[in-house]
Unconditional design. Structure first.
Length: 122
């Protein structure tokens, strides 16, 4: 589809793009193709303002998270519904330690508090 000129930044009604879907599923090869084709690295969903990095972190998809960070994704982006960052999600994920380390190496703030309980990521 990309080779036929598809808009890589096209979003569904909820704001989810192909990059969100690839990041959520841990498809690093698709993420790589989308970024190379000009996909915006930080599009937000309509509800919650989740970025592809949030979804990669939540799934502990460290390779995808690293790709997104290398492409300029914001490691400190905050969701609007709960106030969590990608670091909150990676820290809560099973096997998220590699993603946590990558986020910290790219400047993720370890101290933001999420809205409901005031917990920090670490």
């Amino acid at each position: 589809m990309i080779t036929r000129g598809a808009n890589v930044n096209e979003a569904r009604g909820d704001g989810i793009t192909a990059l969100h879907a690839a990041a959520e599923r841990g498809h690093w090869h698709v993420t790589e193709r989308l970024l190379a084709a000009g996909a915006r690295v930080d599009p937000e969903t309509r509800i919650g303002s989740y970025t592809p990095l949030h979804l990669a972190a939540q799934g502990a998809h460290s390779e995808v998270a690293e790709q997104l960070l290398a492409a300029g994704a914001d490691p400190n982006s905050v969701t609007t519904n709960s106030g969590v960052t990608p670091l909150h999600l990676a820290a809560a994920a099973i096997k998220g330690h590699t993603t946590v380390a990558s986020l910290l190496a790219h400047g993720a703030d370890p101290n933001p508090r999420e809205v409901s309980s005031g917990q920090t990521p670490l």
